[in-house]
Design a binder for this molecule. Structure first.
Ligand SMILES: [Zn+2]
Length: 323
């Protein structure tokens, strides 16, 4: 599959780039602290001496070996002290991998496909390649509660801000406890922060190394139709479909905006139900009223959602999401 090859190539480029960045950091550091260059040179010379003496005469060189190892230790601590004195983190000269689990190879030590590889395949299949940049802006760190009204609204128990505070804290718990098999439904009119909160959750979990599909029902249906009818043999479509069941978190954004028919309804039921049975979390946002889920879909979807999802309401005046 060519997407597969493309991704392998991206990993290679990432590794090259990260290595080059480390070389650059090293150069800067040597200019800043010339003693470091000397230490590194001495350390590599001692290292060479150690391997030589082991090869030559393992028994008689024991004393020498001990001496060399002590020298090495003292150089190491001198280096650590120098770095601390200059406020430089101890791992500054190590390669900073984008994914520490697979060191940007795409495969774990057990030779299994890393989650980051699965996520890249998902991004390709769902054309989500821009998602990371997009999520950079909307995450928990940028969440501002003060844009929400503190006015008490008729028929509501909480002010919009207090309600949002509660929703935010539930979202943070969801991320903290992940993977818990917990499901959430965000419901309420548009412009009230549902998508923003979905973005925060997606961003945090992708950063933690979980795989996430974040899509509108329209795109999901498109994948299901391709997998069932037009592109049965396309491996990327097969993966995109199977990930609807297997991905760590499935986010369906804006459920109810699609044209529901018996085919899509039974597919959605299958996905929602299978994920509940397998303890895989799903997050749904919708503009449909709670009382209308059954009539828009059917009783079975309605009862799965109401029985297995935490229902979080969004209400109040529309917010302009431009921060
Ligand atoms: Zn990885």
């Amino acid at each position: 599959m060519s997407s597969y090859q493309d991704i392998i190539e991206t990993y290679r480029l990432t590794r090259e780039q990260r290595k080059a960045e480390r070389r650059e950091r090293k150069k800067e550091l040597y200019t800043l602290i010339p003693r470091l260059a000397e230490i590194d040179l001495e350390m590599s010379q001692i290292g060479a001496q150690i391997s030589q003496s082991i090869l030559k005469n393992p028994v008689q060189s024991e004393q020498l070996l001990l001496k060399l190892k002590r020298q090495l230790e003292s150089l190491k601590s001198e280096k650590a002290v120098l770095l601390t004195d200059h406020n430089i983190p101890a791992n500054y000269l190590e390669i900073q991998y984008a994914c520490s689990k697979c060191k940007d190879t795409g495969f774990t030590e057990e030779n299994a496909r890393c989650t980051c590889f699965t996520q890249k395949l998902i991004n390709k299949a769902y054309e989500m390649s821009g998602i990371e940049q997009q999520l950079e802006k909307q995450n928990f760190n940028h969440f501002k509660l003060d844009v929400f009204s503190t006015e008490i609204l008729p028929k509501e128990q909480l002010t919009q801000r207090d309600n949002m505070k509660r929703n935010l804290s539930e979202a943070e718990n969801f991320v903290r406890e992940f993977p818990s098999g917990h499901n959430m439904l965000f419901y309420g009119a548009s412009g009230l922060g549902k998508t923003y909160l979905c973005n925060c959750i997606a961003k945090s979990l992708i950063d933690k190394g979980y795989s996430v599909i974040y899509q509108t029902p329209f795109t999901i249906i498109n994948i299901i139709e391709k997998k069932t009818f037009t592109e049965k043999d396309n491996p990327l479509i097969q993966l995109a479909y199977s990930q609807l069941f297997e991905v760590d978190l499935l986010i369906i954004d804006d459920l109810g905006t699609e044209t529901a028919n018996s085919f899509t309804i039974s597919e959605f039921y299958n996905i929602i139900n299978t994920r509940i049975l397998n303890g895989k979390s799903t997050l749904i946002s919708t503009n449909i009223k709670l009382s209308e889920i059954a009539s828009f879909y059917n009783d079975r979807i309605d009862s799965r959602i109401k029985g297995h999802y935490e229902l979080l309401k969004f209400f109040g005046p529309d917010i302009r999401w431009e921060h």
